[in-house]
Write a protein that binds this ligand. Structure first.
Ligand code: CMP
Length: 137
């Protein structure tokens, strides 16, 4: 079993799509090992996305991610990292395949409804950024 880290972003939470997205996560067979609502400060968003520091979209990304509440989750499944990225679809909703979450719920490359870890090392960092081991149930 593998774990990955997921965020339902401020756009999707604000549009009341969190419930539908969580249902899709459960229907896909993930176990939700931890979940909570959070409202990130700009500094917390900058720390989380530090890997993107210096990229042109870093200021708008961290501004957006601290603009409203998010839902953070630890998801577990066989091949969870790829499985969650496949369910989300391409980063840009305009390029995401039909049936994916970003196609259905995203509206732009910035406001793309969900986030997921892209590799085992980033999953470990991102899970640890929000959850202690004792929180994973
Ligand atoms: P996410 O999976 O959260 O990882 C980084 C985020 O940066 C990405 O989703 C996008 O929402 C956002 N972003 C904004 N502009 C770009 C861009 N040009 N390329 C990649 N990611 C971008």
């Amino acid at each position: 079993m593998e774990r990955t880290f997921a965020i339902i972003k401020p756009d999707a939470v604000g549009k009341r799509h969190a419930g539908a997205i969580i249902q899709r996560i459960e229907d896909a067979g993930f176990a939700i090992r931890a979940m909570r609502k959070a409202w990130l400060t700009k500094a917390q968003a900058e720390g989380f996305y530090a890997v993107h520091l210096g990229k042109p979209f870093f200021p708008s990304l961290t501004e957006f991610m601290s603009s409203g509440p998010v839902i953070v989750m630890a998801l577990e499944a066989d091949g969870a990292i790829k499985k969650w990225r496949d369910l989300m679809g391409a980063t840009d909703p305009a390029k995401a395949a039909p049936g994916t979450l970003r196609k259905e719920f995203g509206s732009s490359i910035g406001e793309n409804a969900t986030h997921g870890s892209d590799a085992p090392d980033t999953a470990a960092f991102e899970l640890g950024y929000f959850f202690a081991g004792v929180d994973l149930i």
